[in-house]
Ligand binder design. Sequence first.
Ligand SMILES: [Zn+2]
Length: 436
Amino acid sequence: MDFDLLIQGGSIVDGSGAAAFSADVGVQGDRIVALGALPDAAAANVIDAAGRVVCPGFIDAHPHSETALRGNGDIWGSVLQGVTSHLTAPDGFGWAPLPADECAELWRSTAFAYGQPDLQPEWSTIEDYLGGFTGTIPINVVPMAPHQPIRFAVMGWDDRRPTPDEMDRMRALTRDWMEAGAVGLNTGLDYQPAANADTDELVELAKVVREYDGIYAAHIRYNAFGKPAAYRESIEIGRRAGIPVRLSHESVDAETEPLLEEARREGVDLGIDWYLYPAGSSHLLVWLPPEEQIGGYDATVGRLRDDPAHRRRIGSIIEGQIRETSAAGGREYFSATRTGQHIGKSITDVATERGTSIGETAVDLIIEESPDAVLVFRRGLTAEVFDALVQRTLAHPAFMVASDGLYHGALPHPRGYGCYVQVLGTYVRERGFVSL
Ligand SMILES: [Zn+2]
């Protein structure tokens, strides 16, 4: 027998940017050992790929899959789309290395993305954490150093600059992750506690990453800075630390295209990724100003529960934002909740049912359904505007596909299950927005 597996007659698209070519592929064990015309080869398994494309597995740079892969959710949603590698720590989320009580506390504040808020994980070393993937999952996991636990381990929820000693300890933790095989640093600057970091702190950590040829990846400060300033902070980090930058869930439009060009002019390798759906997904605190989220879920919910004046103020901020979004044709609905109620409904729907104001209902729902509630947000875009956005984004050289997949809850955003299929089926094959 020449090979364990022979893939015959396919059109090979190898991911290098080269044109497709016809060839057979011979595989032994986990290696491709032959590529070309292999008409007389014998193999234990033969796949007839005539009329089909054969290509390397896709890399998903931003899936919230880590705990699903470890048995707390769907492990197949991604691999069934042809994805064979996941990067970890999207939005800087991670929980190692932390002592058990701190690990559980930080875990609760990320439960909207992973479910199971009462889990008591014990990942006191990076090796404990990464060891949990070995031999049990259908894909490759490539670690990124998660900024959230790196900052939490040293500074807790503190909203201040680190002392020199604290900065040294965060550098050391980042180095530990890089030594453990991480390929970069990932952060989420709308989320606690990473939102409390300033640009200098991120530059210092990115400099450690540069020693390992890693990258800096971020969910930027939409909430605190707005897009242009948040892009410019990322460009500054890339320039000062001398490393490539990748921004998550970003698209190419009239506002961002000049910013991508600005990065190029400054010599910063700036890339973006997105899942190409007309809706996003995040937690209920997404409407709160960053300074109102300090301390994570437990502190934020505590303030809302205990202080009526604060409650009213936050309620009116949220109501204003919901009304503005719905006036533009947008809508939010629950995809997961703590109680299992309200799935598929908007906050306005629940307010109507209860006979309470939208703001009051929103605050009540934060208290009742946190921390594992998730909303899907449909943006108020017409089909024409959205199509143009997709086409412009897909065609841009700085763009890569990444799912931002969420794998828990009753009605998760379909991006984690469909974004690669949609790109290939709808945008490449049917509509011809880009070629393979
Ligand atoms: Zn994000």
